[in-house]
Design a protein. Structure first.
Length: 269
């Protein structure tokens, strides 16, 4: 009898799920990253970091980076001091690459990312060592702004944390934010900003979504439809969601499309 009742309940549940039900399409799809690609990227980063050798040039550039971080959290941050430090960083990078090659610069970046993961993972909210404080700098505020951490708890995937920090390191060292990024790092970086970066203006999130899509990110089309809704284009969103449903036959997409069609009709009225 229990088996019969369970089978009947399961059938009813399945039937109810199959009934078209409009769902308010307001929540972005979650960022999904391939585990094997993530593991391989971390392995490669660790291997690259391990090639870094101690030298006067490495120590000089690292000290300037730490100094930059300390300045970030000790305002006022005068522009003249920033410009002077950037000039010093430029000269330090030139000295490093001329003596040890560009691979030393890449190894420093990989080592910095590993250091950040160690420091941030061991931190309970407050750092004490000056070099660790400088390594993190004002990055914690960026993570809070982008919703990557909440009340000292990491919300974003580790690969996203790594990619965001790598972008910060790049910018401080006068190279483009995503310089040296692999495909999975691009997905982790742009995907988080697009799908979960609530502190980012919508237009910037749309640009991030394009970059995420170009990097092979999952569910980019669904997210594009939801951005159409945010930008007051419900009919376009509904058509895109319907097309995605017809392609994948996911009931969730069908219900989201119905919700978008309802929103479009409400606007027309």
């Amino acid at each position: 009898m229990k088996l019969v009742l369970w089978a009947v309940a399961a059938s009813l549940t399945g039937a109810m799920l199959a009934i078209p039900q409009p769902v308010d399409p307001w929540e972005m799809p979650s960022l999904v990253l391939d585990r094997k690609a993530v593991a391989e990227e971390i392995r490669q980063n660790d291997a690259l970091a391990a090639t870094l050798s101690d030298s006067e040039e490495v120590d000089r550039l690292r000290a300037l980076f730490v100094g930059h971080g300390l300045a970030e959290i000790n305002p006022p941050y005068l522009k003249v001091d920033y410009d002077s430090r950037q000039a010093d960083i430029y000269r330090a990078i030139k000295a490093l690459t001329e003596k040890h090659g560009p691979e030393a610069f890449s190894a420093m970046r990989a080592h910095a990312v590993d250091d950040f993961i160690r420091i941030f993972g061991d931190s309970t909210g407050k750092l004490e060592a000056e070099d660790e404080i400088g390594a993190v700098g004002g990055f914690r505020e960026i993570l809070e702004k982008y919703g990557a951490i909440y009340r000292e708890v990491s919300i974003a995937p580790e690969m996203t944390m790594r990619a965001l920090y790598k972008a910060r390191w790049n910018l401080i060292h006068r190279v483009p934010a995503t310089d040296g990024f692999s495909e999975i790092e691009l997905q982790a970086y742009w995907g988080w900003l697009a799908l979960h970066g609530w502190g980012v203006p919508v237009r910037e999130r749309v640009d991030a979504l394009v970059a995420y899509r170009d990097a092979g990110g999952a569910n980019a089309q669904e997210a594009a439809a939801l951005f159409d809704l945010l930008e007051q284009r419900p009919e376009k969103a509904a058509k895109l969601l319907e097309a995605l449903y017809l392609e994948d036959h996911e009931l969730r997409l069908r219900n989201l499309a119905l919700g978008a069609f309802h929103a479009a009709r409400a606007v027309q009225r």
